[in-house]
Design a protein around this ligand. Sequence first.
Ligand code: 13P
Length: 333
Amino acid sequence: MVNYKDLGLVNTREMFAKAIDGGYAIPAFNFNNMEQLQAIIKACAETKSPVILQVSSGARKYANQTLLRYMAEGAVEYAKELGWEHPQICLHLDHGDTFELCKSCVDFGFSSVMIDGSSLPYEENIALTKKVVEYAHQFDVTVEAELGVLAGVEDDVVAEESHYTKPEEVIDFATRSGCDSLAISIGTSHGAYKFKPEQCTRDPQTGRLVPPPLAFDVLAEIEKKLPGFPIVLHGSSSVPQEYVDIINTYGGNMPDAVGVPEEQLRKASKSAVCKINIDSDSRLAFTAAVRKVLAEKPGEFDPRKYCGPARDEMVKLYKHKIIEVLGSDGKAE
Ligand code: 13P
């Protein structure tokens, strides 16, 4: 048993309370490898932004759960080395699907876990979430739950159709499950193809897809029912078109990749939405940079020569999200 407090990590409780009061959102960035983790910590240290490091089931399979935990532990020390005196770093399990998995993360130093029972019948979702909450709270680990279904593909999580969260259920769900934050569905979705062409219009000038707006009316109703309660948005990559263009220019093929426009995320950040999940954008930044280097220098074979530029590009991306979209810079001095 390792408690996250001994690793210098923090849970989400205070982060979220401050974010709601201050009208900004905490970045929740997924990481799978060293370069992503370095880029996240560098961006957060340079902007003094609190951060949630997320580990998905795909990341655990790819990199190994134990290694990821030690990497996150190292991240706290790395942040201090970079001159961030009081790093506020939360280590979070993304999309936990069983009690056992959540328990093992709590036992091994995670400071926050998500139990995603959103595909279960309502009462089963409550029962499973409650069981995780009862265990996690003994160790002051915070718990995110999900109500409503997001469409899209994320590692092993696939859903064809989205179902918006029903505002009339949120009070009952939050009260009976005891969760600390609630992921809701208002039109975001996982992956780089968030909207089908038939859901969008097309910009006549650029030919690019213009996605439909998020359901801010549903968000407003949820906020009214649960004032001050931390709300989470998954699937919030904006799929920057400059990265899609670079990828397509250098041999890739990503037609009609489209995300959530940043101005909508900016608006959401000012509401009770206090955690915004971003994974795909970092994958795009990484892939764009690697493709460009390998295409321009076909003789290159040292991974540091293409992973290094990819890491620099991710630092730029994360800082942009923190400063220009979420507004979390300077909130963890
Ligand atoms: P994106 O695929 O939009 O980056 O969403 C990531 C996410 O929600 C992780 O849980």
